[in-house]
Design a protein around this ligand. Sequence first.
Ligand code: IPE
Ligand code: IPE
Ligand code: MG
Length: 242
Amino acid sequence: MEREISGEILNIPEHVAVIMDGNGRWAKKRHLPRNFGHSEGAKAIERACENADELGIKYLTVYAFSTENWKRSVEEVTGIMNIFRKYLVDSIERSNRENMRVRIIGKREGLPEDIIEKMRNLENATAGNTGLQFTVAINYGGRDELTRAVKKIADKYKKNELELDDITEALISKNLDTWELPEPDLLIRTSGELRTSNFLPWQIAYTEFYFTDILWPDFDMENFIAAIRYYNKRERRFGGVR
Ligand code: IPE
Ligand code: IPE
Ligand code: MG
C-alpha cells in the first residue's frame, strides 16, 4: 500500500516484525537498573503501535520475551513479568479505544497462571477489533514453536486424521502460533545486533531485514520511517528473476 508521509510517497509493508533489543544498555548508559530500561521499553511499545497505525501498517509483531530470557537473574525476570502484568491489564482499554486487536504468541506453559489469565482476557476483549493487528511474543522461541507444531501434526497422524502427503508447508504454517498472520515483510532489530535470536525462523524466510543501532526505548516515528525507506529500496525477488 502506498502512502504519503510528510510529502514523501512510501510503500508501506503490510506486516512488520520487531526484535526490541537494547533496553538493558539504555538503562546502563544512564546508570539505572536494567528494569528501568524494560519500563521505558514498554512505553516504546505503545508508541510503536500508535506509529504503526498512523503509517498504515496492518500487522505489527514484537518480540518481548524469549524462551532463552529465563537465563537472566530472578530480579530481572520478575521485573519483566511485573511489567507484563501491568501492560496486559492496561492494554484492554487502550486497545479498544484504538480498535486494535492484540494476540499473544509463545509457549504458555511455564508462565505464571495469572499472566496466562491476563493474556486470555486481553485477547478475548480485543478479538473483534479490526484496526492494527498487534502480536506480542512472550516466552516465544521459534524452535519451541516448531517443536510444538510437529507434535500437533504427529498427534493427528497417529490418530489417522492426517495422511503423510497432507503434511505440506501450508499445513506446517497453519500449526504455528502465527497461523492467522501473513508472513512479515520487514523485520527490524534495534541495538546493533545482527542476528535473529530465535524469532520467527519459519516465517521470515523471505523477509527484508533492517538493523539499527538505536536502542529500543529510543525508537520513534523517525526511526520507523527510516526502516520503511530502507525497505522501499529493496527489490523482493522471492527466488525469481526481475
Ligand atoms: C530487550 O532488551 C528486552 C528483552 C530481551 C526482554 P535487553 O534486555 O536484551 O537489552 P540489552 O540487549 O541487554 O541491552
Ligand atoms: C532477543 O533479545 C529477545 C527479545 C528481544 C525479547 P536478546 O537480547 O535476548 O537476544 P541476544 O541474547 O542478544 O541474542
Ligand atoms: Mg538484548
